[in-house]
Design a protein around this ligand. Structure first.
Ligand code: ATP
Ligand code: MG
Length: 651
């Protein structure tokens, strides 16, 4: 059935050629694919020259001890210098690096020259606090410009940062501080969310009752709310940075120097501390940002709506755009504060040309209604990006029509915390895009789809997504656990990186992501992906969002259980539930018809907006709900449980 449903998606043959104007002036053309496939390492060596090296690397890849890679190992560079100073030295100090837009409406624009001063002062402050190269620093901040400054200050002095999402609980913070053995924590009194100040420091104070080794807490004053204070330990950011020199000479660090640790979202299980290093990471972050968004630093205004606590915030707010000298927007708050048009108002205010967001946000905007973006001038937008989950064709088309005026190309970018940067994506000036498909590995990247026996599947078939060659921004290990690194990523298929995602190749060989393989359902001997059933449900006019899981079933192996959120205008009736089941049956075939459709008010999501299906599976199978530490809102699970009859009482 899976192939049938894919055929269904494709039969409308919606293909969108790149706009001619964009294609004519594109940063990267089709020639890049040929060049990279002829000489992959030569291609990456060339991309590394996008950066300024204190010591030029002569080696590209050392793969003598797989799966432990070294890229550009004899080179030395300073990552922060590459993201800031060199743009000032090139005469672009007056260019805006960051337009910061606070949730309450305050705003501040920071030039590259100002950013250089602020990063230097923060680097000097870290040194005064006894932080040196090789130390770890935990960062627990809202979406404010100081988050970027703090991260770059760490990179500048060679301290390894571990950013922990500002919404995580004290326990989640404590376990990450302990795992990384951080010496310093950088936080804020609070940040603005949903129209009011939301405290951050109490979580750090609580976390620090459970961990040892943290010498100081550096506190940014954002909201001015009352904040408890531990004398001798706590230091105000504005006080210590104000007395520092704006001069700091960046030291060159080895290309393989640890740049950051970042924990995965925890969608599939306990978060893993992913380690990224410097030269290879920055090369790929910079190249992909240049190629996939077609960034023209002199004229574009770029906005990535991700949080700094997520890998997208690292690679496509901090490192990629700043390495490329981009002008970007950073927004602190939620999309519905003070009104549901806030994002579009920001696009209009700054003339945003490139927007990078997540399918979950796009579906929310669809739910709120077409009339909201229609009130704003979005004509500046020329490239639209998507990341985080498979984007269903319905949402893709809506994004193109209502945000991109029916002409901005959409780049659906597949990658992971582990891959560090984009891996599979259209190129906006090259690719004929297909709604719902990430399409093709980027130049220099080798991806394919294999079956259980590691055989590459033919076009038109599905299986497991694997990466067949090392890439510059790949994770180097799981922090402190080399064996878990080998076991998790390199053991399922000999010599290949297993991403954990299911995928399909269509008749053209284009890749369609199908969600986590852990989420694939086996119903009466047929593999059915959650993505396809969810996509079918969202294709029904009454459904705003859905999450589908397979629950153990005595007769069929697994039974499909669908959780749906209805659109504003629809109400739950037994007839509607029956209609939704029938709709899936009609779209995908009778085997994919959900056994149960449960209408709920919310879905469990991570802070990055990904649905945590494993928690829904726990509910569907009547188990106690597993690790919820990375849920955006921990009350959601109670709410869902209270809305549902106990497991097994319907069917
Ligand atoms: P954990 O590994 O702890 O379960 P996670 O996988 O959600 O968490 P991330 O690294 O943030 O953590 O997410 C990467 C995953 O997100 C990919 O493996 C894939 O499942 C999904 N993903 C990201 N972008 C896309 C995309 N464009 N299309 C389809 N899936 C995507
Ligand atoms: Mg993952």
């Amino acid at each position: 059935m899976s192939n049938e449903s894919l055929a269904n998606l494709l039969k409308e043959e919606r293909r969108f050629a790149p706009p001619a104007e964009l294609a004519a002036a594109a940063n990267v053309t089709a020639a890049a694919y040929a060049q990279a496939s002829e000489d992959r390492l030569g291609f990456w060596a060339e991309q590394a020259r996008r950066l300024d090296w204190a010591v030029e690397p002569t080696e590209t890849l050392d793969w003598s001890n797989p799966p432990f890679a070294k890229w550009f190992a004899d080179g030395k560079l300073n990552v922060a210098y590459n993201c800031v100073d060199r743009h000032v030295e090139a005469g672009n100090g007056d260019r805006i690096a960051i337009h910061f837009e606070g949730e309450p409406g305050d705003s501040r624009s920071i030039t590259y020259a100002q950013l250089k001063d602020e990063v230097s002062q923060a680097a000097n402050a870290l040194l005064e606090l006894g932080v040196t190269k090789g130390d770890r620093v935990a960062v627990y901040l809202p979406m404010i410009a100081e988050a970027v400054v703090a991260i770059l200050a760490c990179a500048r002095i060679g301290a390894t940062h571990s950013v922990v999402f500002g919404g995580f609980s004290a326990d989640a913070v404590a376990s990450r501080i302990t795992d990384a053995q951080a010496k310093l924590v950088i936080t804020a009194d609070g940040g603005y969310r949903r129209g009011k100040p939301s405290a951050l420091k109490p979580a750090i104070d609580e976390a620090l009752t459970k961990v040892d080794g943290v010498e100081h807490v550096l506190v940014v004053r954002r909201t001015g709310q009352d904040t408890s204070w531990t004398e001798g330990r706590d230091v105000w950011w504005h006080e210590i940075t104000a007395r520092q020199s704006t001069e700091h000479t960046p030291e060159a660090h080895e290309a393989e120097h640890p740049l950051f640790i970042l924990y995965t979202s925890g969608t599939t299980g306990k978060p893993k501390g992913i380690l990224h290093t410097s030269g290879g990471y920055l090369t790929q972050a910079s190249y992909t940002h240049h190629a996939v968004f077609d960034l023209k630093p002199e004229t574009d205004v770029y906005w990535c709506t991700a949080d700094i606590g997520w890998v997208t915030g690292h690679s496509y707010i901090v490192y990629g755009p700043l390495a490329n000298g981009a002008t970007q927007v950073i927004y602190e708050g939620t999309p519905d504060t003070p009104h549901q048009g806030r994002f579009w108002e920001i696009v209009q205010k700054y003339g945003v040309t490139i927007l990078y967001t997540a399918p979950t946000a796009i579906r929310t905007f669809m739910k709120w209604g077409d009339d909201i973006p229609a009130k704003f001038d979005l004509s500046s937008l020329r490239v639209l990006g998507s990341v985080g989950e498979p984007i269903n064709p319905e949402a893709w088309i809506w994004y193109r029509e209502h945000i991109g005026a029916g002409k901005a190309p959409i780049v659906d970018t597949w990658w992971q915390t582990e891959t560090g940067a984009m891996m599979i994506s259209p190129l906006p000036g090259v690719t004929e895009t297909k709604p719902g498909s990430a399409q093709r590995a980027l130049p220099g990247i080798a991806a394919t789809v294999v079956d259980d026996e590691a055989r590459e599947v033919p076009n038109g078939s599905g299986g497991y997504l694997v990466l067949t060659e090392p890439w510059p921004s790949m994770l180097r290990t799981i922090w402190g656990d080399d064996q878990r690194y080998i076991d998790t990523y390199w053991s399922r298929f000999e010599g290949r990186y297993f991403a954990g995602d299911g995928a399909k190749k269509d008749e053209d060989g284009d890749i369609w992501l199908l969600g986590r393989v852990d989420d694939v359902m086996l119903v009466s001997g047929h593999n059915i992906s959650t993505t396809e059933v969810e996509s079918a449900l969202v294709g029904h006019p009454s459904v705003a969002e859905s999450a589908v899981v397979g629950a153990t079933d005595a007769t069929t192996g697994q039974a499909i259980v669908a959780f749906v959120i209805l659109r504003g205008t629809a109400t739950e009736t037994p007839e509607l539930v029956e209609e939704l089941r029938a709709h899936v049956g009609r779209t995908l075939g009778p085997i994919a018809k959900p056994k149960q459709v449960k209408v709920v008010g919310e879905l469990p999501k991570t802070r990055s907006g990904k649905i945590m299906r494993r928690l829904l599976r726990d509910i569907a199978e009547g188990r106690e709900v597993g690790d919820t530490t990375t849920l955006a809102d921990s009350t959601v699970m109670n709410l869902i449980q209270s809305q549902l009859p106990p497991a097994g009482s319907e069917g």
